[in-house]
Design a protein. Structure first.
Length: 375
C-alpha cells in the first residue's frame, strides 16, 4: 500500500486554494460544506491516480500528484486492462451532490460507490461517522478506503457488496447518494429510505433527485448532468454489461444522413437519447470527434463521418433509431434535461416532461439480480 503523506502546511494551503476556487465558481455555497471540504485531506484518500496511462503518486512526483489531487478534476484511481473501474469524482460535482442532499444534523446516509472514500469522508465530517454507511462492490477499494478513512480519523461503516441492494442492516436512511450510473432505480433504495427521504442518483446520464413517497414509490426531477461510470454487478463484470460485438453481424446498406454526428455532443439531446437507447458507447476515428462511432449493448454499431456518410451493422440500424429519437426530442421542443422528471413505482419507471402527468417514456422496472456479498 502506498505510504500516507501527512497533512502539512503545503497540503492545507492547496486545500484552501481548491475550496476558494469552488466557492468562487459558485460550486460551494453552503458554509458547513465549505468547512467540511477544508477539513478532509483529499491527498490521503487519493494517494495515487493514473494520467495518460502513467501512475502518479506522492513518492514518484509529489508536486504533480498534489497539484491534481487538489484541483477540480476527476482522477482515474483504478483500472483494468480493458476498462477504468473507479475514479475520484471531481470536487465540484461532489460539492453539488452533497449540497443537494439538504442534510440535517441527525440524518443517516447511505453512500453508494465508496471509490476513494472522499465523499464518505465529507459526509463523516459533516454528520459524524456513526451516521454514515458506504458501500462499494470492489473489495480492493473498500479495504483501502476503510484504512485511509481511519487514518483521517473517520470510521463510517464500509461494506463490500453490490450497492444495488443497499444495506438493510442500517436502514431506514434519510438520504441515499449514489455515484455510479443506473438505468433503473433498484427497489432496495426505495425500501431502505424513510418516507420523505431523498435518493440522489445518476439515472441514464442525468442526476435524479427523488423523494420517497411511501408504498415503494419515489418521484422527483433531474437536477443536472450525471455522467458516471456504470454500475457493475461484481468487481470483474464489465461496466454496463456489454455483449461482445461479433464479426458476423449483418451489415446494413450504407447511406448518407442529414443528422450530423455533432448532435451526439449536445448534452440535452444526449440525455434524451440515453433514455430512449440506453447503454450507447461512443468512440471516434482518426482523432476526429465528428468521425463518430457508436455501439449499443446488443452489438449494433453505427459510424457517421463528418460528411454524413453512414455505415451500420448488427441486429438493428442504430443511427436510424438515433434519428427517430432526435425527431421525437425536437417535436417536444428540444427540452433540456432539467425539464424532465422521474416517477418510480413497483411496476414502472416513468420519465415525464414538466409535470408527472405528462409521461414521455414508460419503462418496466428492471429485475435486479440477487445480492452478492464479498468477505
Ligand atoms: C465514480 S467511482 C466512485 C467515486 C467516489 N464518489 C469518489 O469520489 O471516490 C464509481 C464506483 O462505483 C463502484 N461500483 C460500481 N458498481 C457498483 C456496485 N454494483 N455496487 C457498489 N459499488 C459499485 C465502483 O467500484 C467505483 O468505485
Amino acid at each position: 500500500m502506498t505510504e500516507t503523506i501527512p497533512d502539512s502546511d503545503e497540503t492545507r494551503a492547496l486545500r484552501r486554494r481548491m475550496v476558494a476556487a469552488l466557492v468562487n465558481d459558485g460550486a460551494l455555497t453552503d458554509d458547513r460544506w465549505r468547512r467540511a471540504f477544508l477539513a478532509v485531506p483529499r491527498h490521503v484518500l487519493v494517494p495515487t491516480y493514473y494520467q495518460a496511462g502513467e501512475r502518479i503518486d506522492g513518492q514518484t512526483d509529489p508536486q504533480r500528484w498534489l497539484r491534481l489531487v487538489y484541483s477540480d478534476t476527476t482522477l482515474i484511481t483504478q483500472r483494468r486492462p480493458d476498462a477504468v473501474t473507479s475514479s475520484g469524482t471531481m470536487p465540484s460535482l461532489v460539492a453539488m451532490m452533497v449540497q443537494a442532499l439538504e442534510l440535517e444534523d441527525d440524518h443517516r446516509v447511505l453512500q453508494v460507490a465508496t471509490g476513494t472514500g472522499y465523499t464518505a469522508a465529507l459526509l463523516c465530517e459533516r454528520l459524524g461517522s456513526a451516521q454514515v454507511t458506504s458501500i462499494d462492490v470492489d473489495p480492493d477499494l473498500t479495504t483501502a478506503a476503510r484504512d485511509r478513512l481511519r487514518r483521517c480519523g473517520y470510521t463510517p461503516t464500509v461494506i463490500t457488496a453490490d450497492g444495488a441492494h443497499g444495506y438493510p442492516e442500517h436502514a431506514p436512511y434519510d438520504r441515499i447518494i449514489v455515484t455510479f450510473a443506473v438505468t433503473s432505480i433498484p427497489p432496495a433504495w426505495i425500501d431502505q429510505t424513510r418516507a420523505g427521504g431523498v435518493i440522489l442518483a445518476p439515472v441514464f446520464s442525468g442526476l435524479a433527485k427523488l423523494t420517497v413517497t411511501g408504498q415503494g414509490n419515489a418521484q422527483g426531477r433531474f437536477i443536472g448532468p450525471g455522467y458516471f461510470r456504470r454500475h457493475r454487478a461484481t468487481p470483474m463484470a464489465p461496466p454496463g454489461g456489454f455483449s461482445v460485438t461479433g464479426e458476423k453481424q449483418p451489415r446494413w446498406p450504407p447511406r448518407t444522413t442529414d443528422l450530423p454526428s455533432s448532435v451526439y455532443y449536445d448534452n440535452d439531446f444526449r440525455f434524451f437519447l440515453d433514455m430512449t437507447i440506453p447503454g450507447l458507447a461512443p468512440g471516434y476515428r482518426e482523432g476526429d470527434p465528428h468521425n463518430l462511432t457508436i455501439s449499443a449493448p446488443d452489438g449494433s454499431h453505427a459510424q457517421v463521418t463528418p460528411e454524413g456518410n453512414l455505415t451500420q451493422s448488427g441486429p438493428r440500424r442504430l443511427w436510424d433509431d438515433v434519428e427517430t429519437s432526435h425527431h421525437t426530442w425536437r417535436s417536444l421542443g428540444a427540452p433540456p434535461r432539467e425539464r424532465f422528471g422521474l416517477t418510480v413505482t413497483s411496476q414502472h419507471q416513468t420519465i415525464w416532461l414538466d409535470t408527472p402527468t405528462r409521461a414521455i417514456i414508460i419503462l418496466p422496472r428492471r429485475a435486479h439480480h440477487r445480492p452478492v456479498r464479498h468477505a
